[in-house]
Structure formats: structure tokens, C-alpha cells
Design a protein around this ligand. Structure first.
Ligand code: E4P
Length: 233
């Protein structure tokens, strides 16, 4: 399961990549709006920073098929020809997915709220489909189940598409999808931090360190304060 960062802040992306080898970055127009900068320049600097093997996904904002395609071409020219173009699964979007696929362009179908929308988008040519897990949960539906259903449909129909589940508010939602073997998830930095951090791990590491320096004191007769002792590492 690929794990991507759903954010456009270069400092956050650099911070996360310094700790863990993530698989890429996804953005949407609202995420880009948070940066208050030229969105193309923001996407270019993210692309420049990312390793070549990492994916970058960016969304079109036009409503008509023709304009979506024009916008996709512009982004591919300005940012990267391997960019994943996110296209919302409106009727116009479905047609854009079909036409962009014929050009060999990487497509992520987005704003997915039903399993059938994902199925139709994949049939039209989307490589990834992005169901909005937490937004579905907030509507009284089961977002994790929708994402798992999509994955099952793709495998049952031998389709070359994967779920890129999006919109998470907690790590439990991601755990459930990981157990089901879905293709990819994208989550905000706070949710990604929560996938790794556990207070008990921190405490265990502190205790091991304390024990080790107690042993060093015992056998050498030297006494280290915790902070001083850490300096010798
Ligand atoms: C991804 O395609 C979506 O743009 C994004 O993950 C939505 O997340 P949100 O529901 O937290 O806004």
C-alpha cells in the first residue's frame, strides 16, 4: 500500500520525508489555497524536492471536458509530464478521463462517493480512484467499506486500477484499509504523524536509555545526568 502526503506545504513535506520514505504528494485546489502562493510554482517546488520515484497528483478545476484537457496539458508542461492529473468524476470529468487516457496521461479520478463512480472512472481509464473516506463517514456512510468495495470490484474484474483512498481523520481508518491490501492512501501530516507516534514507544526508549547509563555508571564509577549522558552518543 502506497502512503502519500495530502498537503502542499513544502516545509511539511520536507519534514515528513526527512523522517520516512513516503510515496508521493497529493494536492487539491483547497490544499493549494492554504499556501496563498502561485499554485504552479508551489507544485513545481514540490516536484523539484520529491525523489523521481515519488508521485505528484494535482487537480483540474475546469468544469467542461475541453477545458479540463487544456488545463491538464498546461500542468503537464509546467510541472512534470508524469504528473497524475486529478479529475472529479462528473459526467464531463468522465469524458476527460477517457480522452486523457488515450494520450497515455496518468489520471486519478477524484471526489468519489460511491463504488460505482470509481468503477466507471476506472473503466474510462483512471489509474487511481480516490474515495473520500472521512467525508463519507460524516454523511453516515461507511467510508472504509466503500474503499474496500472498490478494491474488491477492481480485482474481481481484473482492472488495472487501484484505490487511492483519501480524506482521513484517524489512523484506524487507514489500518482497516491496509489490512484489506488497497493500493494507496493519502493523508494529512497530522494523521501521518499518528501512524508512527506512540507515547509508550517514547517511554520505552527513554527507559532503555536510562538503564544503559545506570549500567555505565555502575561499571565505570562515572555518573551521568540523562541530558549530559546523551551528549556522548
Ligand atoms: C483527495 O483527493 C482529497 O482532495 C482530500 O483528501 C480530501 O480530504 P478532506 O476531506 O480532509 O478535505
Amino acid at each position: 500500500m502506497l502512503v502519500l502526503i495530502d498537503n502542499a506545504n513544502i516545509y511539511e513535506i520536507e519534514r515528513l520525508y526527512s523522517m520516512y520514505p513516503y510515496d508521493g504528494v497529493t494536492t487539491n485546489p483547497s490544499i493549494l489555497m492554504n499556501e496563498r502562493k502561485n499554485p504552479i510554482k508551489v507544485l513545481q517546488s514540490i516536484r523539484d524536492f520529491l525523489p523521481k520515484s515519488s508521485q505528484l497528483h494535482a487537480q483540474v478545476v475546469s468544469e467542461s471536458t475541453e477545458q479540463m484537457i487544456e488545463e491538464a496539458h498546461f500542468m503537464l508542461r509546467e510541472i512534470d509530464e508524469q504528473l497524475f492529473i486529478k479529475v472529479p468524476v462528473t459526467a464531463q470529468g468522465m469524458r476527460a478521463i477517457h480522452l486523457l487516457k488515450q494520450e497515455g496521461i496518468n489520471i486519478t479520478a477524484t471526489a468519489i462517493y460511491t463504488a460505482m463512480q470509481a468503477f466507471m472512472a476506472a473503466k474510462a481509464g483512471a489509474r487511481y480512484t480516490a474515495p473520500y473516506v472521512n467525508r463519507l463517514d460524516n454523511m453516515g456512510a461507511d467510508g472504509v467499506q466503500v474503499a474496500m468495495d472498490i478494491h474488491t470490484m477492481f480485482r474481481a474484474n481484473n482492472m488495472e486500477a487501484d484505490v487511492l483512498a483519501a480524506s482521513f481523520k484517524n489512523s484506524q481508518q487507514i489500518l482497516n484499509l491496509c489490512k484489506h491490501g488497497i493500493g494507496a492512501v493519502t493523508a494529512s501530516p497530522d494523521v501521518l504523524d499518528a501512524l508512527i507516534h506512540h507515547d509508550a514507544t517514547f517511554t520505552a526508549e527513554e527507559n532503555f536509555t536510562q538503564d544503559f547509563y545506570s549500567l555505565v555508571s555502575e561499571v565505570t564509577g562515572l555518573h551521568f545526568k540523562e541530558k549530559e549522558s546523551r551528549k556522548i552518543n
